[in-house]
Design a protein around this ligand. Structure first.
Ligand code: PLP
Length: 366
């Protein structure tokens, strides 16, 4: 119990820290105050603080490269350390706020190399989805096979599937390869209301696919459809999380973005862990679910526990929302690269050099 609230409040404290570099000095004390002398809480808190430090303070996005993946590339005879290769199985959104593009941006922001198999081609901009063309299942299978026979895939993120045929192909693919980490965001509708998975596909996820994931990340409406339960508050979210595990999932995160409080419920079959957060911007956003699941996959591939991965992914999404800006007339995509912003050049350096001289060699202005 203490751990639950310690974790929740700990995360809130973290979010409250505007300056990421304060993480080291503030977090352990703040969370210790909440958890008292409870050793487990302190231990988990310390692990988490180390995780946050590794990711946020260094700016070395998740420090994934070289951590558990210190492999050296043997393909090109160079000694560049190879990044983990993560696979996105999702639909393509031409506005690049959700789906494949959001996944690949998230992977890149976490120091991973993303590869992708496309389940559907959507016609959409920030204002909505106009058309969906599902990929023929044989073509999806071929995309998956060609990647798996070539790359060592450290984690898989699954998003929009389109239809049952594609869901079956993915189940067979997962059975054939036994990947260490599979994060499934069971996308059913776009945030503008277009169906992105047929009814048979939803049934197949409930009966078959959710068993094959390390963690499944439904939002509240998706959790209601999967379980048949009505979800009104956090205790309903907990009941849905328990039911999804009973249905065969190894772990689940029911996302509370649609609720009054932005609490997500993580259940790993043993412990319910609320992940608290600030509600943040109320604007209509696009691609938050894809980004969250992809960030979890990246952190799992780097050796984090599910709790750490989910907490860090939530922190990343929160900040990417805070830094988001409109690119069109509709919903707002996240700023996946908020940590990679290029500093403005030092004064004078951007000026056009005169007399063909390097700016550094220019005489001082009079
Ligand atoms: N994946 C794809 C390919 C999509 O096109 C969409 C939405 O259009 C989503 C996922 C879901 O994203 P969101 O819930 O932010 O609309």
């Amino acid at each position: 119990m203490i751990w639950r609230y310690g974790a929740a409040i700990f995360f809130k404290v973290f979010l409250a820290l505007k300056n990421e570099t304060c993480v080291h000095s503030h977090l352990p004390a703040a969370s210790f105050g909440v958890a008292g002398n409870f050793h487990l809480a302190l231990l988990k808190t310390t692990v988490f603080a180390a995780a946050v430090l590794g990711v946020l303070v260094t700016g070395e996005e998740s420090g994934l490269r070289g951590a558990k993946h210190g492999r050296m590339s043997n393909h090109n005879n160079h000694s560049n350390p190879a990044a983990p290769v993560l696979l996105s199985i999702a639909g393509f959104d031409p506005s690049c706020g959700a789906g494949t593009a959001a996944d690949l941006k998230t992977f890149a922001a976490h120091g991973c190399y993303g590869v992708a198999a496309i389940t559907a081609l959507t016609v959409q901009n920030t204002q909505g989805v106009r058309e969906v063309q599902n990929t023929p299942s044989a073509s999806l299978r071929a995309q998956l096979d060609v990647l798996a026979e070539d790359c060592e895939i450290a984690a898989v993120k699954i998003g929009m599937l389109g239809n049952r045929g594609n869901a079956v192909v993915i189940a067979e693919f997962l059975d054939a390869h036994k990947f260490a980490h599979v994060v499934h965001d069971p996308v059913m509708k776009s945030s503008t209301g277009t169906e992105l998975l047929d009814a048979a596909g939803i049934k197949y996820i409930a009966a078959e696919l959710l068993k094959r994931s390390s963690v499944i990340t439904p939002n509240v409406p998706e959790a209601e459809i999967l379980t048949g339960l009505t979800i009104k508050d956090t205790s309903d979210m907990e009941a849905a999380a328990r039911k999804i595990v009973e249905m065969g999932a190894r772990a689940v995160i029911v996302k509370g973005g649609h609720m009054d409080k932005a609490v997500d419920i993580l259940f790993d079959g043993n412990e319910i862990m609320p992940l608290a957060g600030d509600k943040g911007k109320e604007e209509a956003l696009h691609g938050t679910g894809c980004t969250f699941a992809s960030a979890i996959a990246a952190h799992l591939s780097g050796g984090r526990s599910l709790f750490e991965a989910a907490t860090l992914a939530k922190a990343y999404v929160t900040k990417a929302i805070e830094k988001a800006y409109a690119i069109g007339k509709g919903r707002i995509p996240l700023d996946h690269f908020y940590r990679h912003k290029i500093e403005p050049p030092a004064r004078g350096v951007h000026e056009v050099p005169q007399h063909g001289m390097h700016p550094a060699a220019e005489p001082a202005a009079h």
